[in-house]
Design a binder for this molecule. Structure first.
Ligand code: ADP
Ligand code: MN
Length: 341
């Protein structure tokens, strides 16, 4: 399969304009009428039909004739729409290889620039082009992870036929689900960083979250020499998260990265919930059970989930303040799904 960067580089400007126009149209209807594309893309009818047929050939756009000529995009094209926006905003300078394919995401490595002094803080002289070129040269590349969310890809497809008859449900549910997942993950990362060891959030576009590349290896792949120490570091992080009124709700050995220096980074936050969630405590317990049982199984550690729970609640000093915190911290709560990687 062609890689995302290659597909992106082969698109011309008109094709990108059309993908964006179809995406906007799909907020209102499932199949965007060809007349809307003619009217809204500001391209000539000839350019529209030429580009559309190329996009259909590339399987980036799907076409229907019934009950009218209409077009829609799938995830592959939606990724290109978000990537194009991130490139235009200079967030992503170059896109690299696939980092991981999860159940609900596709993650690519990429490069951005380390933030330089914002233009507003510069003196007039410093704004000269020469200076900014110098600054660009001095800028250090920032390794990124670009996570394209895939919520709704599997869960909505099989119920689609039923849903299409229900007018009160959103059309193109996958677009909504993926956008919501990305927005929630980005919001949570911003709430947690830098107090909690999570990837630094950089940008959000459509269903894509751009964050700093954390390095490290997933906990489940490792054979640690100091498992007790690692478990303790993880529990300390969970305690800080809980202290901020948040539960990860999908914590496991798959979502903890361990760096060579022993630092850990907790990733994968779209399903996080706040204290206000009716199952917050149960979800915290489930998170801790996932982690503790990994250490029990793999390293034969004599440590129970209750010990972990007592540590986290005690450490966060939240045993009695949970009630007080309710309502202060807002995270939209969604339906819980379990068993994700
Ligand atoms: P999913 O919900 O699909 O499991 P994750 O957020 O866990 O999504 O990301 C999938 C994989 O991508 C991870 O297992 C990890 O290998 C990689 N990954 C995700 N975010 C980062 C990051 N910030 N730095 C490095 N690798 C990452
Ligand atoms: Mn994951």
């Amino acid at each position: 399969m062609e890689n995302l960067a290659e597909t992106f580089l082969k698109l011309d400007r008109k094709e990108i304009v059309l993908l964006k126009t179809i995406e906007r149209g799909m907020r209102h209807c499932e199949w965007v009428p060809v007349e809307d594309l003619m009217a809204r893309s500001r391209l000539s009818p000839k350019a529209v039909s030429g580009s559309l047929s190329r996009l259909v050939d590339k399987k980036l756009v799907f076409k229907t004739w019934e009950p009218y000529e209409g077009y829609q995009i799938g995830f592959a094209a939606y990724d290109l729409v978000a990537l194009s926006d991130l490139v235009d905003r200079d967030v992503v300078v170059s896109l690299g290889d696939l980092l991981g394919v999860g159940k609900e995401s596709v993650v690519y490595e990429a490069l951005g620039r380390t933030p330089t002094v914002p233009a507003a803080e510069m003196g007039a002289a410093e704004k000269s082009e020469e200076k900014s070129e110098e600054a660009n040269e001095a800028a250090v590349w920032l390794p990124l992870a670009v996570k394209f969310h895939r919520q709704g890809e599997t869960s909505f497809k099989h119920v689609r036929r039923v849903r299409d008859h229900l007018t009160d449900l959103p059309r193109c549910a996958w677009i909504h689900a993926a956008r919501l997942g990305a927005a929630k993950e980005f919001k949570t990362l911003k709430q947690l960083f830098p107090e909690v060891s999570v990837p630094r959030p950089i940008a959000l576009s459509h269903h894509a979250v751009v964050m700093e590349h954390s390095g490290g290896t997933e906990l489940y792949k490792l054979n640690l020499e100091n498992p007790e120490e690692c478990l303790e570091i993880i529990l300390e992080e969970v305690a800080v998260v809980w202290g901020k009124g948040i539960v990860h709700a999908d914590l496991s050995a798959y979502n903890v990265l361990v760096r060579e220096d022993g630092e850990i980074v907790v990733i994968d936050w779209p399903q996080a919930v706040s204290w206000t969630h009716p199952q917050a405590l149960e979800l915290l317990e489930r998170d801790l059970k996932n982690v503790v049982s990994h250490f029990q199984r793999k390293y034969r550690l004599d440590f129970e989930t209750e010990d972990a729970l007592a540590f986290v609640l005690g450490e966060a000093g939240a045993g009695e303040s949970v009630g007080e915190g309710v309502g202060e911290k807002e995270i939209e709560t969604g339906e819980q799904e379990s068993g994700r990687s």
